[in-house]
Every structure is written in structure tokens, then in C-alpha cells.
Write a protein that binds this ligand. Structure first.
Ligand code: G4P
Length: 535
């Protein structure tokens, strides 16, 4: 390989960091994202992202919604520069937008930032997303937000993370006071106290006064009670003796923890600085040819998300590709591992929020959007050089289920075709009842929005009007050992047995409790909440 290309790739990897934020709605993801972009110079005034978001939610009509949202119904990628590093923030949708794409995005991330509301601690959506990160052993950086409001004690929050998630914690900074008494944070890296000054809703970078821990002014600057409390807590965490172990962080076993307030912009810069130092750079990816290094000279990557354009006049699909190795160049011709075909990648896009911008090149750790209608499926590998295939993307546990019905028999063919194509594209999971007499497909999804998308597209693209009949289940488990293992157990109560698109048995439960009940009655039965990848 040319040493020039080698050096170029090496430099590109060194300066790239890629991450996704995992959080529960309202923890402050939009606010934090915005503040990160502010520091990265990608926006100049806070409010831009937010304004767009409220605009987005104000309308409920599908088409209007899509036009407003552009491509942002599902995740987009925000790219910004900070201290000569290129940061790629894979934006995972929240709220109403929650869908399998949120999980899939984590397959393209090298790091995750777990954002927690200090008053609420761990919340359901954060826990679910954490499970997916754990599966991939992603390094997790914790940002405890909203310190300017009354919240739970920092020690209690760390304890919750350790106990519930089994993650060791290392507090990189420590808050002094909270709520109205929030006075700042102590940065253990520099051994300095950063004093918090309330600014106007943090629309600019915060004014940050840093003083050394040994500075005699501290006692007079901090409120007495708080100063002593802080000293005690600091003694406690330093006395506990755990060191920051970067190897453990990179294996997803230890989480560096930061405290701050995204809204008032406090602690965001300290977080970003430490994140650049500690985060994993784009690394190797497992393939059927072994581990592929990012500096491997041939271009390769995988599709982790497909985004359909809701406008029937432009039936294009954007395939989001995570670049794993080599250099991507516009108009490049690549091989598609699944079909063996070659594809010319003619309209690559870089994505900044809703705005599409054509790009000329991309490097490992980057995400590109490709406009190739109908060519790609979720999990596809594209490559040059020797044939290789990356591990696919698993099916994640759906939580909403409904029979999808086509009341018009003359549309049967279109219905079948539409359902099958939307499934292949990853818009929704399709299951069938194990009872052969019930032939209607069961839509299985992580979020409500997925159903709306499927029905809307069946009507617009295939001309089929459908109805849904909800099923009263919320938990799906794949059975290890397949039908054979299931038969050994005999009759099971309080579940519905269905099969997925690969004819594998899946048990649907009304709730978590019923699932646990079955597990305690039949400990020999191994149930998985995430389906193994079909190769
Ligand atoms: P999300 O994307 O995770 O759903 O959360 P988002 O950033 O929209 O924040 C949810 C609410 O929490 C917002 O209030 C936001 O202003 C507030 N918030 C975010 N970070 C902080 C923080 O550090 N401190 C405090 N006190 N509040 C924070 P809202 O009332 O829904 O919106 P707005 O009226 O502030 O725009």
C-alpha cells in the first residue's frame, strides 16, 4: 500500500471520535447536543436545534411532518470539529421517534454518552439502550445533568449506576452543591475548582473561573457548609481508591462520570475535553475475514440504517453507512457482499441535522448517506479488495405488536410485496402466528412511529390501505435451541408463540412478570431479548 495513504488513514483515525447519546426523554439530550455543537463552532447561538425540534413536533400530519423533518425522522449524524478532532455525534431519536433505528445506531457508534437527569437517576429508556451498549461492550461516558436544579445526591447516583448496571464508576469531576446552591465542579484531572456563574440560559459558552484546590480564596468563595461537605465527599471518593482505568473504560466495564448543567452550559467543556482524551478512536471491526483495522487500505463499511423518503415523488432511500476501513471517495465503485453486485456510490451525503451536503471523501469512524434506491438492506457490507462481510445487525426486542390486515383481497399481491420489502428494509419486524390458520402478518416494533410509517408507506407506495389489530403483548423473547427446545417444555401458559421471518420461535408475553414466571418454572429454557444475527 502507498505509505501516503497509510499516513492519511492513520491521521484521520487519530483525530476522529464517534459517539451516540443514550438517555431517557427530557434528560436534556437536545440541550446537550446543542451545547456540544456550540463548542464545536457548528452553531453560533444555542436554540437552533431546539427550534427545529419544536417545529417538528408541532405538526402531526405525516407529509408535512416529513417535509419539516427532512431526513430526521430517524437518526442523523452531526459532525463538528473541536480541538483539531473531528467529532461525529450519531443522533439517536427520542420520544415519539423511538424505534429500532435508535438501537441500530448504536451498532455504528464507538462510544456512548449516558445522559442522566440528576433528579431522576436511571430511567427505563436509558436502561434499554444501555443493554444494547453492553452487548457491544461500548465505552460509556456518564454525564449527570441538571445540577442547577435540586437532585439526588451524587454518591447515591454513582451507587445506582454501579448496582443496577454493574458498571464501575470513576467521577472525573465532582459537584459542589446542587440546585440553587450549585457552586461549581471540582475537576480531578486538573485539581481545579470551576466556579459556576448563572448566565442567560447558556446561549453562549459559559464564563468559567477556575481556581486551584489549594488556593486560600476557596473558603471565602464557597459557602462554608458546602465547602466542608465537598471536602468530605472528595475525601470519600478519593479514599475509595479506584483509579481511572482506561482499559476498563474501553471494555465498557468502567464509566467516567461528569456532573454539570447542559442548560446553563456548565461542565460541558470539561466533559468534552476529557472525552477527547478518553474515548475510543475508530477501531477494528469483526468480519468473516477476521478483524479489519481502520487503516486497512481498502474501503469497507456497513449499512446500519435505511431512511425512506416519505415523499412519493422522490422514492429514494438513504442508506447510512458506517465507514470501517480505507478511504471513501465520491463516485467510487464498491462491491455489495450480500448480492455480489457492484454499485457506484454516486451521491454520497454528509449530514448535518436536516441539511444534506454532498461529500467528496470520508474516513473510518464517519457516517455517509448513500442514495441508492432499493439496493441496500440493513446490515449489508460494502467493500473493495478482498471479499469480506461484517457481522450483521441483530433484531432487537419489540414491545408493540399488532396484526396487519388487508381488507381488500384484490390487493393481496401488493400487500405481500409491500410487507416483505418493508421488512427487508428494516422498517419493522414481521412475525407470524405459529397457528397456521392465522395468516395475517404480525407487525412487531420498538416504537409506535414504526407502525405509522409502515401503514403510510403501504398506502403511498403500494396502494394498499391496511388496518391494525393490536395485540396485548409487550415482551418478546427468542428461544435458544429453537422449536426443539420449546417442545421439551410442553404447554406454556400466558404466552403467544409466534415465528419470526427466519421461522425461529419467539414467545410473546403480556408483561415482564409473565416472562419471569416462565423462567422460574422452566430454568432450563434460555430466552434472549435480542435475536442472534442470521448469517
Ligand atoms: P431531551 O432532548 O432529552 O428530551 O431533553 P431536552 O434537551 O429537550 O430537555 C428537556 C427539558 O429539560 C427542557 O425543558 C430543557 O430546557 C431542560 N434542561 C435540559 N438541561 C437542563 C439543565 O441542565 N438544567 C435545567 N434546569 N434544565 C435543563 P423544557 O421546559 O421542556 O423546555 P424549555 O422551555 O427549557 O425549552
Amino acid at each position: 500500500m502507498s505509505t501516503e495513504l497509510q499516513a492519511e488513514l492513520q491521521t484521520a483515525v487519530e483525530r476522529r471520535r464517534n459517539f451516540a447519546i443514550i438517555s431517557h426523554p427530557d434528560a436534556g439530550k437536545t440541550t446537550l447536543t446543542e451545547k456540544l455543537l456550540l463548542y464545536g463552532g457548528a452553531i453560533h447561538e444555542a436554540g437552533a436545534v431546539k427550534a427545529r425540534r419544536s417545529q417538528r413536533h408541532a405538526t402531526s400530519d405525516w407529509m408535512a411532518m416529513e417535509q419539516q423533518r427532512g431526513i430526521s425522522i430517524t437518526s442523523t449524524v452531526l459532525q463538528f470539529e473541536y480541538q483539531n478532532c473531528q467529532i461525529n455525534l450519531l443522533d439517536t431519536p427520542g420520544h415519539q421517534d423511538f424505534s429500532e433505528d435508535t438501537y441500530r445506531t448504536l451498532a455504528a457508534a464507538d462510544n456512548a454518552v449516558m445522559l442522566i437527569d440528576a433528579a431522576k437517576g436511571l430511567e427505563p429508556q436509558t436502561r434499554k439502550l444501555f443493554e444494547v451498549c453492553k452487548l457491544r461492550s461500548l465505552p460509556i461516558f456518564t454525564f449527570v445533568n441538571k445540577l442547577d436544579r435540586p437532585g439526588r445526591s451524587p454518591l447515591e447516583l454513582l451507587d445506582e449506576i454501579e448496582q443496577e448496571l454493574g458498571l464501575q464508576t470513576y467521577a472525573v469531576n465532582w459537584p459542589i452543591g446542587m440546585g440553587d446552591l450549585f457552586q461549581g465542579v471540582y475537576d480531578r484531572r486538573s485539581q481545579q475548582i470551576h466556579l459556576f456563574e448563572r448566565s442567560q440560559h447558556g446561549s453562549r459558552e459559559a464564563i468559567d473561573t477556575a481556581i486551584d484546590l489549594g488556593d486560600p480564596r476557596i473558603e471565602s468563595l464557597l459557602e462554608q457548609g458546602l465547602y466542608h461537605q465537598f471536602k468530605d465527599e472528595l475525601e470519600l471518593i478519593e479514599g475509595a481508591g479506584s483509579e481511572l482505568d482506561l482499559e476498563a473504560v474501553h471494555q465498557g466495564k468502567m464509566t467516567p462520570v461528569f456532573f454539570g448543567s447542559a442548560m446553563t452550559n456548565f461542565g460541558v467543556e470539561l466533559f468534552l475535553d476529557a472525552f477527547l482524551d478518553y474515548a475510543l478512536k475508530p477501531g477494528n471491526h469483526e468480519s468473516n475475514q477476521g478483524e479489519i483495522e481502520p487503516t486497512y487500505p481498502e474501503f469497507s463499511g456497513f449499512v446500519f440504517k435505511l431512511q425512506a423518503n416519505m415523499d412519493p415523488k422522490h422514492r429514494d432511500r438513504v442508506a447510512f453507512v458506517r465507514v470501517c476501513s480505507g478511504k471513501f471517495e465520491k463516485d467510487m465503485t464498491v462491491n455489495l457482499a450480500r448480492t455480489g453486485k457492484t454499485v457506484r456510490l454516486s451521491r454520497p451525503q454528509k449530514l448535518f441535522a436536516q441539511d444534506r451536503e454532498v461529500i467528496d471523501e470520508a474516513y473510518p469512524g464517519d457516517v455517509i448517506g448513500l442514495n441508492n434506491p432499493g439496493v441496500f438492506a440493513i446490515g449489508d457490507t460494502i467493500y473493495n479488495g478482498q471479499k469480506l462481510e461484517y457481522e450483521g445487525i441483530p433484531c432487537f426486542s419489540p414491545e408493540l405488536f399488532a396484526y396487519l390486515r388487508n381488507p381488500n383481497p384484490s390487493k393481496f399481491k401488493q400487500f405481500r410485496k409491500g410487507v416483505s420489502e418493508l421488512r427487508e428494509e428494516g422498517a419493522v419486524q414481521i412475525m407470524y402466528s405459529a397457528d397456521e390458520a392465522k395468516r395475517d402478518p404480525i407487525l412487531a416494533a420498538v416504537g409506535q412511529l414504526q407502525f405509522e410509517v409502515v401503514q403510510f408507506r403501504l398506502q403511498n407506495e403500494y396502494g394498499v390501505e391496511t388496518t391494525v389489530e393490536w395485540l396485548p403483548y409487550t415482551v418478546a423473547r427468542w428461544v435458544d435451541g429453537g422449536w426443539e427446545a420449546l417442545q421439551k417444555v410442553g404447554r406454556i401458559f400466558n404466552t403467544l408463540t409466534v415465528k419470526d421471518s427466519w421461522e425461529r420461535p419467539v414467545l410473546l408475553f403480556r408483561n415482564e412478570w409473565n416472562c419471569q414466571q416462565l423462567q422460574s418454572d422452566h430454568p432450563e429454557l434460555k430466552l434472549n431479548s435480542i435475536a442472534p444475527v442470521v448469517s
